[in-house]
Design a protein. Structure first.
Lengths: 299, 321
């Protein structure tokens, strides 16, 4: 469908559009071979769907409490039971999916964009700019991201916005280092040399030559980045610095369940189970993408 | 000579890095709205003492003021704080103003270090044989089972594994293994296992890939042609060469394990640096929090440094630059 529109509007572009599509289709064919990766993708899609519709289908708001039903095992009215404040765990779960995705996706995208731009710039420009940026990147690699996140949320608060900000601040360096390395590898290549000789501007070079050749590696990095952000934001809750209650999050639920598991084990089954399956699915997807998009490298 | 120069250079870089980490942490905490380093914060953290012993309270307030130089410009405070930290002169925390931070670290640090090293050793000891097995039986059911299990170990963070372990050993089969506390060897089993699963996964996967790569080399075929026995060939020519490359994953794996230790300690109520860190951040006990971060970052940096040195000793082809 997309190809046909392109044909009608820009006849001159037909061959390029066709080739571009088929490259991604080839990758998709390779991806489909990997059953585990397809299963992971199915779960990730379901997770995203619940992230979008969750707040509307939830039986009640996440903040609704019913003290008469506190710490109640699962019933028809409360399919996942209730916690110590009488929150309906089903609503908590549905809202958690939304917030978890909101934080992980926006933080990863922000880090990805910042890292890509800075990495491209440093790699293409070289010189002093490159040296300074790489020193900064080294600092972020030496400072364990989780600890920096802890300090940032202590300072900026534990709402959705500060959380996204903290994860983005600690996340960009990895993308920047990756893309800079790829760009440096390409910059000395014949293709860029030829474009340079023909008088391509740096921006043109970055957009038309370098970016298309590094984009698959960037997608793989992003696919690994999202589950890592999911993990870190939940892990902040373990030391009591996660998303500010009453906002629900997987980390808050798991941390609370961890201390109550002896008396009220149902508080743990769903949050920890779904969270574990989700992380695993994201990893399977990332792994599948790596195999599909990078057929040359890896085993 | 070259190695000595490298060591000096690395130590210097490490010192600079750690100073920057402390300085950034301090500045971030300092520049908060309602700075944590103010007399008001310190006073509120010590409000019980104020009632119990006003004289001692005033003494502590004065010592905090002079220690952090709160009436000096920021750059002076930062330099002073960094200098105090790298000379291991940490002062007292806000929550426990009578206990020097160094004393708290002395009891907590060995526990965390034991957990982290134990988990990495477990990962190496279990992961290497599993990786060899997966490589030798590659593309069979043995390989797919091992690869899937190691991926699960890698994907699921230690705090989730730990919570599942509490559920299993606390609810389903209570009494088999203790699920909290620290002191007896039994109490170390579950936390080290929770931390170790991820490492086992990493080592297995890496060992598998690296050994498959090694088995393809020409010298493996030469060894076969010479008539070297199968296991001797695998172990002495194959595995030994793959082990060297494995050193490169130990550093990052250790760093990740140290962070995971913080989570696992909180789940199993182990009085290590991680539990200390949780109380410090929740209570906004800034000196303790920054010091805790500093010590753990230092532990990671030093271990990575030692791993790199070890790598160059094991593999003479590696040039340290």
């Amino acid at each position: 469908m997309i190809a046909r529109i392109a044909v009608n509007q820009q006849p001159g572009n037909v061959p390029r559009t066709a080739r571009k599509r088929s490259q991604w289709l080839l990758a998709w064919d390779r991806y489909k071979q990997n059953k585990v990766a397809v299963a992971g993708l199915v779960w990730v899609v379901i997770f995203f769907i619940f992230g979008v519709i969750g707040p509307w289908v939830a039986p009640s708001s996440y903040a609704t409490t019913n003290y008469l039903m506190a710490n109640h095992p699962p019933t028809w009215a409360y399919p996942m039971g209730t916690d110590s404040l009488g929150h309906n765990m089903l609503s908590e779960m549905l809202f958690s999916v939304r917030y978890a995705l909101e934080i992980a996706v926006f933080a990863s995208l922000a880090a990805f964009l910042l890292g890509t731009i800075l990495g491209l710039w440093a790699g293409l420009k070289g010189g002093l700019a490159d040296t300074i940026l790489m020193r900064v990147v080294d600092f972020f690699f030496a400072f364990p991201a989780y600890f920096l996140d802890l300090i940032l949320v202590t300072k900026f608060g534990r709402g959705l916005g500060p959380m996204i900000f903290a994860l983005a601040v600690t996340g960009w360096a990895g993308y920047a280092r990756l893309i800079r390395g790829l760009v440096l590898g390409m910059r000395n290549g014949e293709m860029v040399e030829a474009a340079n000789a023909l008088g391509a501007s740096p921006l043109h070079l970055a957009r038309k030559y370098v970016f298309p050749n590094v984009v698959s590696n960037m997608i793989i990095a992003l696919a690994f980045g999202i589950p890592s952000d999911l993990t870190v934001q939940a892990a902040l809750s373990v030391v009591g610095m996660g998303l500010n209650p009453p906002l629900p999050s997987f980390g808050n639920m798991i941390a609370a369940a961890g201390s109550n598991v002896l008396g009220y084990p149902w508080l743990m089954y769903w949050p920890a189970g779904i969270f574990a399956i989700t992380l695993l699915s994201f990893l399977f997807v990332a792994d599948g993408l790596q195999e599909a998009l990078n057929p040359k490298g890896g085993s | 000579m070259q190695t000595a120069w490298y060591v000096v250079k690395r130590l210097f870089t490490m010192l600079v890095t750690i100073c920057v980490i402390i300085a950034v942490s301090y500045i971030l905490m300092y520049l908060s709205p309602g700075s944590f380093f103010s007399v008001a914060t310190i006073a509120s953290a010590m409000s019980t003492l104020e009632v119990e012993n006003p004289k001692l309270y005033q003494e502590y307030i004065n010592s905090f003021l002079s220690r952090y130089g709160l009436n000096q410009p920021l750059w002076h405070q930062v330099l002073q704080y960094v200098w105090h930290s790298i000379t291991f002169n940490f002062g007292n925390s806000f929550t426990y103003p009578t206990v020097p931070i160094i004393n708290q670290l002395k009891t907590a640090f060995p526990i965390s270090a034991e957990l982290a090293f134990g988990a990495v050793v477990l990962g190496v000891v279990v992961g290497i044989p599993l990786g060899i097995l997966a490589a030798l039986y590659r593309n069979t059911w043995v390989d797919s089972v091992l690869t899937s299990v190691s991926m699960i170990g890698q994907a699921i963070p230690a705090f989730v594994t730990a919570v599942f372990m509490v559920l299993i050993f606390g609810v389903y089969i209570p009494g088999v293994l203790p699920i909290n506390g620290w002191g007896t060897p039994q109490q170390a089993i579950l936390p080290i296992l929770a931390l170790g699963l991820g490492n086992i996964g990493v080592v297995t996967r890496y060992m598998r890939g690296s050994l498959i790569e090694t088995l393809r080399q020409d010298y493996m075929r030469t060894a076969e042609a010479k008539g070297v026995k199968y296991w001797s060939r695998i172990l002495r020519h194959g595995v030994r060469n793959s082990l060297v490359a494995l050193m490169t994953v130990i550093g990052p794996a250790f760093g990740f394990t140290v962070v995971s230790t913080v989570w696992v300690e909180n789940i199993f109520s182990i009085p290590g640096l991680g539990s200390l860190m949780a109380t410090a951040f929740v209570n906004k006990d800034v000196p303790l929090a920054i010091t805790d971060v500093f010590i753990l970052a230092l532990l990671i940096l030093v271990t990575n440094f030692l791993v790199d040195i070890g790598y160059s000793i094991l593999d003479p082809r590696v040039h340290l630059t």
